[in-house]
Every structure is written in structure tokens, then in C-alpha cells.
Design a protein around this ligand. Structure first.
Ligand code: FEO
Length: 400
């Protein structure tokens, strides 16, 4: 994709990664992603963020097209994760910037990543303002969105906020603006991004959004480093409101049953629990780990009121794909959920004890588990059905 002038003298010079499916190892990107970065053509020509190292050729090409015979004076590095700072060392070597601006934590992270000795790094804590000539840039630390080093760069003259990971989505598109694409798809991808990347930092997200609101920045355009950008008062409000909604994690009348099964006994139990929930009016997602990626399960869990986890006993524990799911879920720390465990066993029968411990560690309010020896009888399935109904009652109480 060619550079795009998004505001007078401000260019998107990013990369559309149509082939990305695995978002640097931990999350799914079924529709690709983009690595957005920006160039401001002012008296001090300023590069905001870079792209992953493998796209260095594309970045050089985009810069050549936009710079003409100008050089780059300043770099602003909002976040040091390699999807944004991957080309930093190569860019420093090629363009020899006069200054590199980053947050206080960014400087620490930059040193640990690049082990430089003579880069012209200048730390810009929250409240710092620099002049580029006609424009100024202001910096706001946005710690844990998504690393401690993260910061937001705001240009008051253009009313643009460069927000790095915040407000991103994994979506490779030929369009650059949120108002040019299907809104439902955009929202689903924003939700998935939040649930898999920013969820554990929800309290910090709310605090940061409140602090930003109190700063009264006049923002007309939000430019995240992944996916579509947001322009105009309506879209800026829309995306800010969505982030409050995502971070508040208010549960809906919905339950996710995530399970793995060896010989279908636990699967039959999961289906019986689902029937109990549905009969009480709860919307259910039944998700087998053999057919669903843990990222997609987390996206569904994000706004669910209950999570039911199922696994047969395997080597005195649980099946490996459920161990993966529980590890992933615990790390993302979903809030405000009811939990319950189910599982079949042959002899030792530790499955529900192990699953319950995971649920407790995540902080869920647990409903009594159901455990079945080998193959569930009609009576056993009825126990699962009743568990589903009990969970539905607990959901109703929780939602008021
Ligand atoms: Fe898109 Fe935290 O990097």
C-alpha cells in the first residue's frame, strides 16, 4: 500500500500484513493485521514508530516516496515491542536522527532491546511538549497499553492522537479509515484484540481513559498502530466508549462452555449443561478445544457471565489443550464470572479438582462441579442438566 496523507502534512506510511494469522505468537489474527506508522512533514521531519523488521524494505520505500529530498530529524517511539520498534536500529543507522523521543520506561526498554551506546535518546514524560516547527507534539504515558513503556503522542494543531496499541484491531484492509469498513466486523475485531491483549490491564485502561478525559485533549482523529483509524467526533466518541465498555467487563446473559474430550463422555456432559442453561434462557457458546483457538474462546468469554470448563482426567490432571486454555485464561484475568467444572474419569478422577483450582485462581465464583466415571448415564446427564440450570440461576442473580 502506498503512503496516505491522513491530515495536511501527516502521512500513514505503514504496512498491511495480509498473511499474518498468528499475532506474534500468542493471539490469532484471522484477517491479517496492519502495522501503522506515521511521518510528519514539518520543519523537523518526524517519524512516529516503525514496523516489524521483516518489513524494513517496505518502510524504506514508503519513506523514500514521502520524504523526497528531506531527511528525518526526529523519531518518536511510542512502544518498544518489535512490531513497532523492529526497524528502529536499521532506521537509526540509515537516517541518523537528531533526537529519539520516548517515555521514561521506553528508554529502559530501548536500552534492553538495542544495547546502544550513542543514540540521541531524549526522555519525554507525560506533559512534555516539543516543537516540530508549525506543529507541536505532546506526550502522555499510557503504561500497560500494552507494555509499561507505552505512550500516546498528541498533535494539538492537527488534533491527532497517535495511540500505538490502544484502539487497535487485527484487520488487513485496503481501507485506512473505520468509516470505510463494515462496523460490525470492526467491533468484533476490536473486541477480540482487547480480550486477548489488553484484558488484564482493564483497570489501567479505565484509569488512563479517565485521565485523558480530564486533560481535555481536542481529538479529531485517533491513529492506532494496528488496523483502521478513526476520524471525526462521532467515531472518536464511538471508539472511546467501546474501550470503556470492554474494560468494564460487564457480563451479559451468556455462558461459554469450553472443553476437551477423549472418548466423548465430557462432551456429552458439556451438551447436557448447555441444555440446562438454554432451558433457563441463557445464551450459550459450546466450544471444543479441538475445534476452537484459545483466542476465539477468550473473545467469547470476555462478555460472558459464566464459564464452564470440562476435561476428562488425564495422567492425574487434565487434557493438554485444556491446560493450555486455563493457562491462557488465567493470564488474561477475566473479571465478574461464575465458574463451574465438569469431567469424566476412569480411575483417579482429579479433573474437576484441577479445573476448580484454576477457576478459583482466576477469581471466579464456583458452582458445584460434576464428575462422572467413564460413560455418563442418563442420571449423570441429568446432574449436568441441573448444573446448567443452577448456573443460569446464579447468572440471573448476578445480572440482577
Ligand atoms: Fe502492537 Fe504491544 O505491540
Amino acid at each position: 500500500m502506498k503512503p496516505v496523507e491522513i491530515k495536511d502534512g501527516i502521512f500513514w506510511i505503514g504496512v498491511v500484513d495480509w498473511n499474518c494469522r498468528n499475532f506474534h505468537g500468542y493471539s490469532r489474527a484471522p484477517m491479517g493485521t496492519t502495522y501503522n506508522n506515521f511521518l510528519i512533514m514539518d520543519e523537523k521531519v518526524t517519524l512516529i514508530d516503525t514496523v516489524p523488521k521483516e518489513f524494513w524494505g517496505t518502510l524504506k520505500c514508503n519513506l523514500a516516496q514521502t520524504l523526497g529530498d528531506k531527511k528525518i530529524d526526529y523519531f518518536v517511539i511510542n512502544h518498544l515491542e518489535p512490531d513497532h520498534a523492529g526497524c528502529l536500529a536499521l532506521a537509526v543507522e540509515k537516517y541518523r536522527p537528531e533526537k529519539i523521543f520516548t517515555s521514561p520506561m521506553g528508554e529502559k526498554s530501548m536500552k534492553a532491546h538495542f544495547h546502544y551506546t550513542d543514540w540521541p535518546v531524549e526522555v519525554v514524560p507525560t506533559g512534555t511538549e516539543i516543537s516540530l516547527g508549525e506543529r507541536t507534539l505532546q506526550f502522555v504515558e499510557t503504561r500497560m497499553l500494552h507494555w509499561p513503556d507505552a505512550m500516546l503522542t498528541y498533535c494539538p494543531q492537527a488534533k491527532v492522537a497517535f495511540t500505538n496499541d490502544a484502539f487497535g484491531q487485527n484487520w488487513a484492509t485496503s481501507e485506512r479509515w473505520a468509516d470505510e469498513v463494515d462496523r460490525h466486523t470492526l467491533e468484533e475485531l476490536m473486541k477480540s484484540y482487547f480480550a486477548n491483549i489488553l484484558l488484564p490491564y482493564s483497570p489501567v485502561v479505565l484509569k488512563t481513559l479517565k485521565a485523558l478525559g480530564e486533560m481535555n485533549l481536542d481529538i479529531e482523529t485517533i491513529c492506532p498502530d494496528h488496523g483502521l483509524m478513526f476520524r471525526g467526533a462521532d467515531d472518536v466518541k464511538w471508539v472511546l466508549d467501546k474501550y470503556v465498555e470492554f474494560a468494564e467487563q460487564k457480563p451479559k446473559n451468556k455462558a461459554v462452555i469450553v472443553y476437551d474430550t477423549m472418548w466423548h463422555s465430557t462432551e456429552k456432559m458439556a451438551q447436557a449443561v448447555a441444555t440446562g442453561l438454554v432451558d433457563e434462557g441463557v445464551s450459550v457458546r459450546l466450544m471444543s478445544m479441538k475445534h476452537n483457538h484459545h483466542s476465539d474462546v477468550m473473545t467469547e468469554i470476555h462478555d460472558a457471565a459464566a464459564v464452564i470448563v470440562g476435561s476428562p482426567t488425564h495422567n492425574n490432571g487434565i487434557l493438554p489443550m485444556m491446560a493450555d486454555m486455563m493457562t491462557y485464561m488465567k493470564g488474561l484475568r477475566p473479571q465478574n464470572k461464575i465458574g463451574a467444572a465438569i469431567g469424566s474419569f476412569g480411575w483417579s478422577g482429579e479433573c474437576v479438582k484441577v479445573l476448580n483450582k484454576w477457576l478459583e485462581d482466576i477469581g471466579m465464583e464456583n458452582i458445584d462441579p460434576v464428575k462422572v466415571k467413564h460413560v455418563p448415564t442418563h442420571e449423570n446427564l441429568n446432574q449436568c442438566y441441573e448444573q446448567g440450570k443452577a448456573i443460569a440461576v446464579a447468572i440471573k442473580e448476578k445480572l440482577g
